[in-house]
Design a protein around this ligand. Structure first.
Ligand SMILES: C[S@@+](CC[C@H](N)C(=O)[O-])C[C@H]1O[C@@H](n2cnc3c(N)ncnc32)[C@H](O)[C@@H]1O
Length: 303
């Protein structure tokens, strides 16, 4: 597989009819000169200050931020514009951050969305940070924030299926909220194993069901209104997948139900959110009658 060729192909996605106006808007914002790089690496990842820009520049930045709706991950504060995303991704970041041993390492974030976690990971001083996500909208959100952050994070419009063919290997791969979207979760984990250096580590999170058995839920159609969720394992079944893919030293970081504090509708996202995906009379169930979303967060080492 030729990564360069694929990269060139995918860069044409910005010219899709629905993406082009957003792409052009971001290009316009990218012409705004940055005199002071200001970053506050906190729950609201903040870049830039309103006072550093003229009124017309500020209006341009604000209208670009709005053009980039829906913001699913965040929150961001861009030049004092509070982009309150659907997900409070800071909750997940704070949960995993002590487990990110990435200083001086080559790190991938697979399914990086708009890069919120990668921006936060800058504080850990990795050698190189590369995000993989085949979504032009999320890449444009990243470009918008990164125009002010001026980080050297690389964002590839590629998927997990390409990572083993990438130009180099990784020391640490983060892949959160992606495994349940794969029709072939064990193959996906094997791809990660091939993309990682010997002794390298992965940190993942995925939906899970309760129980001690080696069992997997396979939703008939949608799960929590999400169309492309294929396999929801017990923790033990997930451990079996990992060991079949060549990972050991499995360390469970946390097991946690998604709460309304973490995922909710805001004016920067879609109109619907978690509340609409759960049974109105029983929040322990999804609207389809499955157990409500619960995630396991874990780390494993290639053996
Ligand atoms: C549920 S979101 C998870 C986002 C983020 N990692 C998190 O945990 O909050 C799934 C992400 O995977 C991305 N995605 C879709 N297909 C993918 C693929 N083939 N490889 C990697 N990521 C993919 C989506 O664009 C989306 O950003």
């Amino acid at each position: 597989m030729h990564i360069k060729q694929l990269r060139d192909e995918r860069n044409k996605w910005f010219f899709w009819k629905n993406i082009l106006p957003i792409y052009e808007k971001v290009q316009k914002t990218k012409q705004i000169d940055i005199k002071n790089i200001y970053i506050e690496n906190d729950d609201w990842f903040k870049v830039g200050n309103k006072d550093d820009f003229s009124d017309s520049e500020y209006e341009e930045i604000l209208s670009c931020a709005k053009k980039l709706i829906p913001w699913r991950k965040g929150p961001f504060d861009v030049c004092d514009i509070k982009i309150d995303s659907e997900w409070q991704s800071n909750i997940k970041y704070n949960l995993i951050k002590e487990h990110l041993d990435i200083e001086g390492k080559i790190v991938a974030d697979v399914g990086c969305n708009n890069g919120y976690y990668m921006f936060r990971m800058l504080e850990k001083k990795p050698k190189k940070l590369i995000g993989f996500d085949p979504s032009p909208l999320f890449k444009l959100q990243f470009d918008f924030v990164n125009h002010f952050a001026k980080s050297d994070i690389v964002y590839e419009l590629l998927g997990v299926e390409h990572i083993e063919y990438y130009e180099h290997k990784f020391d640490f791969i983060v892949m959160m909220g992606v495994l349940y979207h794969r029709t072939d979760p064990i193959s996906t984990l094997k791809s990660l194993a091939r993309a990682i250096n010997q002794n390298g580590e992965i940190l993942i999170d995925t939906f899970m069901i309760d129980g001690e058995d080696d069992m997997v839920l396979t939703p008939k159609d949608r799960y929590s209104k999400i169309p492309n969720v294929y396999f929801v394992p017990t923790v033990n079944a997930l451990k079996n997948w990992l060991s079949r893919a060549g990972f050991g030293n499995i360390e469970i970081i946390d097991i946690k139900k998604t709460g309304f504090d973490e995922q909710r509708a805001t004016q920067w996202s879609f109109e619907q959110s978690l509340e609409d995906y759960l049974d109105a009379t029983n929040p322990d169930k999804t609207v389809e009658g499955y157990p409500a979303p619960k995630r396991v967060y874990l780390k494993a080492r290639k053996i």
